[in-house]
Write a protein that binds this ligand. Structure first.
Ligand code: XCC
Ligand code: SF4
Length: 669
């Protein structure tokens, strides 16, 4: 009999625990209970199964065995991994494609309800590609930018133009390794071609194309998605928000938006504030419409509009379990098919909206940008009409305040002010050792581990060690629910040097930078830190680590890969999809070894799977300290700052810049 975990073992979130008890009482299954019932296939989990042709599936469970075609375990693991990375890149980038088409349509006046909101960003981005901006209307510039971005998908030769935004040295590394992406779609297609039966059968060669594919996502499809989202909906800046199931309201029509693309969710936000809709809700006996987000849709509208987040990935079912949700409106990615049968137990309507995504049994109201506002209102009216069918509800009280919205533009501005916006203070704080280094902690929830546990454990420990943490995706929502995204709330849990920096600038110790597509903001921050000077001349020299403690999606693997290729050390928690046989000696483990040693030699970054959170933390700190020492920075000293450090710093700050630099870092040439 598989072991059934208690609610306390399944999640550290008390709202989730409450809903799991309710699910149990009502005899309703969730991802948590299904994970208990369904042991993962250990052959597939370790990447030892190949099913890409009809001679198989072949399971390579014995040392030295091969598939019917002769494929070795290394080839099979590499092929499985690149296919996952290709799927993840495709998902992100296809989202980017839709954004580019929307931008084009807005520029040509063909949409309803959308505007060019951030003209300054439009001009900044356009000028990176020498698109003329002087004397032209925003629409003309946007039209050119949209054309350029749309062309990146189908481009066959040359290089994806967004890669020119990486540090120069990095671009050369990619050129030399032959992994500069030519066109976003081309690399994904080639990944599929190469892994057809009888094609690329050299694990390292396959994995290098995985890098090229992922770079087309990180420095292509995802980066342009972030650019366009900011142009159309505004570049995020800090705003007060709330997170967890307690944001649902008993006396309002609750509409939960779940998925990824802000084109849908932003329009639903607009429609929910329309007097006609509010009146319609009042006629139905409710006080109005209450919107809440799940997953990255939550992040998109949270950081721009302050719309509350009902929770992260594993909260999608739990929100319906409250009985208080009139409609769950979904678009693409991370939407569990289980929602529809779960919703059958309540009055909740699951509404699919993307032409790409239908779920059997769900209501489909197809969205398109040409009639966006009209469709958004129709969706909300469907939800309001459903209010009268609501039965008994149980909404957990849990709800935390948070401040999201730390775009790279805002970080730049907040550090230096509007006249001298710069990354200098951040670089200085790292160079002096006030901040030991930076950790980007991102990614999903996974019901195979306790929800949020790994994420919070790693985050809290690194904060104590004076590591500044930036977050995106469902990981950011985990920290939000824990109250770590608030200045005051988190600071007593933070090392003394980092605390001083946070207090001086007035920021939380964990910066919420957006959705998963917005991991590109982290790449941009790292690039700007390089350009600011003092931390080496490329991303791999910065004392920084990327972590995805509870990953589950193929997109996470794509993100991890493009971060490694950008120079980062990336650690994934949970299980490794390339672990192979349990008794394998590490020397025969070609694929894992290549992702660590081979990639480090080529890109300065490496990809590791580490299930133990304490090890994750140790490896992160060791890497940060190693990078500090390679840069010749003072060794991290936990007692240097804090009270005593304050006085010293005040004295230092009174000195002229040259003398201050010498006092802090010694003579440099
Ligand atoms: Fe999906 Fe982006 Fe993972 Fe969350 S973190 S479960 S991918 S929603 Ni991206
Ligand atoms: Fe088996 Fe080779 Fe076919 Fe894979 S490609 S299923 S290893 S025969």
């Amino acid at each position: 009999m598989p072991k059934k975990r208690t609610p306390e073992e399944s999640t550290i979130d008390s709202a989730a625990q409450e809903m799991l008890i309710r699910a149990n009482d009502l005899s309703i299954g969730t991802a948590f209970s299904r994970a208990d019932d369904m042991a993962p296939c250990n052959i597939g989990a370790a990447g030892m199964c190949c099913k890409i042709c009809g001679m198989g599936p072949c399971r390579l469970t014995k040392e030295g065995s091969t598939g019917v075609c002769g494929a070795t375990i290394d080839t099979i693991q590499a092929r499985n991994l690149i296919r996952a990375i290709a799927a993840g890149s495709a998902a992100h980038s296809d989202h980017g494609r839709d954004m580019a088409f929307t931008l084009k349509a807005v520029a040509n006046g063909e949409t309803e309800g959308y505007y060019l909101r951030d003209i300054a960003k439009l001009r900044t981005v356009a000028s990176k590609y020498d698109i003329p901006i002087e004397g032209r209307s925003p629409e003309e510039i946007a039209n050119d930018l949209a054309d350029l971005y749309i062309a990146q998908f189908g481009q066959q030769r040359g290089k994806v133009v967004l890669t020119s935004r990486a540090p120069e040295k990095r671009q050369k590394i990619w050129e030399e390794a032959g992994v500069t992406p030519r066109g976003i779609d081309r690399e994904v297609v080639e990944a599929l071609h190469r892994t057809h039966i009888g094609d690329d059968q050299d694990a390292e060669h396959i994995l290098n194309h995985a890098v090229r594919t992922a770079l087309g996502d990180g420095w292509g499809g995802s980066l342009l998605a972030t650019d366009i989202s900011d142009i159309l909906f505004g570049t995020p800046a800090p705003i007060l928000g709330q997170a967890n199931l307690g944001v649902l309201k008993t006396d309002m029509v609750n509409v939960v938006v779940h998925g990824h693309e802000p084109t849908l969710s932003e329009m639903i936000v607009t429609a929910s504030q329309d007097p006609e809709i509010i009146e319609y809700a009042k006629e139905a006996g409710a006080k109005g419409v209450n919107l809440a987000g799940i997953c990255c849709t939550a992040n998109e509208i949270l950081m721009r509009q302050g719309i509350p987040a009902a929770g992260n990935f594993l909260h999608q079912e739990l929100s319906i379990l409250t009985g208080a949700v009139e409609a769950m409106v979904v678009d693409v990615q991370c939407i569990m098919q289980a929602l529809v049968s779960l919703a059958d137990n309540f009055h909740t309507k699951v509404i699919t909206t993307s032409p790409k995504v239908k779920i059997k049994g769900a209501t489909h109201i197809e969205f398109n940008e040409h009639k966006a506002l009209t469709i958004a209102k129709e969706i909300l009216k469907t939800a309001i009409d459903n209010y009268k069918n609501r039965g008994a509800t149980q909404i957990p009280e849990d709800r935390e305040d948070l401040i999201p919205g730390f775009s790279h533009e805002y970080i730049n501005y907040m550090l230096g002010g509007s006249y001298r916006a710069s990354f200098r203070p951040l670089n200085d704080a790292i160079m002096s050792g006030r901040i030991r280094g930076v950790a980007a902690i991102v990614g999903c929830n996974n019901p195979r581990s306790s929800q949020d546990y790994l994420h919070i454990k790693v985050t809290e420990e690194l904060l104590k060690q004076d590591v500044l943490v930036v977050e995106t995706g469902c990981g950011a929502i985990a920290s939000a629910k824990k109250g770590l995204l608030l200045g005051e709330a988190g600071l007593d849990k933070v090392g003394p040097g980092l605390r001083e920096v946070c207090e001086t600038i007035g920021i939380p110790p964990v910066l919420h930078m957006g959705s998963c597509v917005d991991n590109t903001r982290i790449l941009t921050v790292l690039t700007q830190m390089v350009e600011e000077g003092g931390l080496g001349d490329d991303i791999d020299q910065i004392p920084a680590v990327g972590l995805a403690p509870e990953w589950m999606s193929e997109k996470a693997l794509a993100i991890g890969t493009y971060c490694v290729a950008s120079g980062a050390y990336v650690i994934f928690g949970g299980t490794s999809p390339i672990s192979g046989m349990p008794d394998r000696v590490s020397d025969s483990d070609v694929v894992s070894k290549y992702l660590i040693e081979g990639w480090e030699k080529l890109y300065g970054g490496k990809l590791e799977f580490e299930p133990d959170p304490d090890e994750m933390i140790q490896k992160t700190l060791a890497h940060i300290d190693k990078k500090r020492s390679e840069l010749g920075l003072p060794e991290y000293d936990p007692d240097r700052f804090g009270k005593g450090g304050d006085e010293r710093m005040l004295k230092l700050e009174a000195l002229p810049i040259e003398e201050r630099q010498v006092a802090l870092y010694g003579e440099t040439d």
